[in-house]
Design a protein around this ligand. Structure first.
Ligand SMILES: [Zn+2]
Ligand SMILES: [Zn+2]
Length: 262
């Protein structure tokens, strides 16, 4: 599975790095060129030709940092594609998109435009806990513990599976599903705040590095590589240092522009 990291932070911000500025973007992962997982960063990082190849957009939840460039993607693709893009998510997310974003006030309703018979987007409800085949991948959404309805995903390609946590605080069902998964190759797990902000993490329902380690341990697969993401750009350095001290065998923080082959 090819996972291209378009954006992997918990906010958008330009930060100073050792080799120059780093443009932190919100979450967007392009998988095997055709499936986009979360739409925080897509329109601004892909050529039009690459955006045209996207057939399915999977969404973890409705928070703005995960959907903010979905309107941009729609805008870029009007008149550019033959078949609609499938927007796949749990019902709460699909309802919220129609009600709050593509409502004709904030943005045009791309579920009906440019022509109700041939709209730009079609929605597909994903049953939690069940695998659905999309773009040749087995996609299983598993509800997680966040401040709004949210899921993490298991993505299976043949006998290889990867886990992406989405935004979550302490949870169980996702790790149980990961422990049962066939050929788990990697766990992408959110780590939004540094350890000293554990109280804010609890209230906002996110993880810190120490919490990430506790949650990852529930899979009981210490050999599986962990990729931390959704770092708040302001605390990037501190979180990265704390991740390095966890004692997890393989743990790295994801970076924009990186491609994982899993
Ligand atoms: Zn988020
Ligand atoms: Zn969130």
């Amino acid at each position: 599975m090819n996972v291209r990291v378009l954006g992997c932070h918990g906010s958008a911000q330009l930060v100073a790095g050792d080799q120059g500025p780093i443009q932190c973007g919100t979450c967007g992962f392009l998988i095997n060129e055709t499936l986009l997982l979360d739409a925080g960063t897509v329109g601004s990082r892909l050529y039009l030709e690459e955006q045209r190849r996207i057939r399915v957009v999977l969404l973890t939840h409705l928070h703005f940092d995960h959907i903010r460039e979905l309107p941009t993607l729609g805008d870029n693709l009007v008149g550019e594609i033959e078949d609609p893009i499938v927007i796949a998510a749990i019902p709460e997310v699909l309802d919220g998109l129609r009600r709050h974003i593509f409502n004709g006030t904030v943005y045009p309703d791309f579920f009906r435009l440019p022509d109700p018979a041939r709209p730009l987007f079609v929605s597909r409800e994903l049953p939690p806990g069940q695998e659905t085949l999309l773009c040749g991948l087995g996609v299983t959404p598993v509800p997680v513990n966040h401040v709004v309805p949210a899921v993490g995903f298991l993505l299976r390609e043949g006998s290889r599976t990867i886990l992406l946590s989405g935004d979550t605080y302490r949870t169980d069902a996702l790790w149980e599903a990961a422990a049962r998964a066939e050929g788990l190759q990697a766990a992408l797990i959110e780590s939004s705040f540094p350890d000293e902000m554990a109280e804010l993490a609890r209230v906002a329902k996110h993880l810190t590095p120490a919490l990430l380690a506790e949650e990852f341990a529930k899979i009981a697969r210490p050999d599986v590589p962990v990729y931390a993401y959704h770092l708040k750009p302001r605390f990037r350095q501190q979180i990265r240092q704390e991740l390095g001290r966890l004692g997890i065998r393989h743990v790295t923080a994801l970076e924009e522009g990186q491609t994982l082959v899993l």
